[in-house]
Design a protein around this ligand. Sequence first.
Ligand code: UDP
Length: 240
Amino acid sequence: AKILFEGPEPGTIVQYFKDDATAFNAQKKGTIQGKGVINNRISEYVFTRLSHIGIPTHFIRRINMREQVVRQVEIIPIEVVVRNVAAGSISKRLGIPEGEPLPHTLIEYYLKDDALEDPMVAEEHIACFGWASNEEMQDISAMAIRVNDFLSGMFAAINIRLIDFKLEFGRLWVGDYSRVILADEISPDGCRLWDMTTGEKLDKDRFRRDLGGEEEAYQEVARRLGLLQDESGPSEVFDL
Ligand code: UDP
């Protein structure tokens, strides 16, 4: 969904957001018109708000409709999935009906490895094979919980239920020392977002499950966040 270029300053990268969509380990491919523009803007907004509550992130600045400058990090090869409500793979794997609230928030880890189709791993595997240190995992899980609490409230305020989402973290090196910061993107590509009233899906499941209306769903999330032009007048706006 993104192309990475060398950034304008040393230690920076440009993330270019494409309209390409993939699912099921890239077996399903397609295009969601305007998605790159929306995800660039949504991710800028979310990372900026997270930085205001003290979450360290790679985001530096958005430079145009499809590009943002971020700090170059060494990506930790673990996808961190946070779940509030059962959906997707946990429902399939454990037979928990989609939409059932979980007794408490779950954090799961998946190894980023396309050839192995991103298998779920335990913290023991992460420590055993050295993909991240125990200290790093403590920082990661603490940040994941804070991000979940913040985003759950942020989306609830616009009548959206945050079902689950995926985060990625990276190491920022300063000399011989590194610290873990939030990287990648946060957008409807990597979150499940359901309208609180109707249950309508406003995320990539529309594409994964051939439900149609993916362009409109992504736009609706941006609109509710106040990032698109609508009848109530412009805020910080641009036309798609
Ligand atoms: N997710 C993601 N990238 C992945 C796998 C999952 O962004 O490679 C997100 C997905 O959008 C959902 C959450 O992580 O919000 C949990 O996904 P799940 O494990 O249910 O897998 P899926 O059903 O998407 O295959």
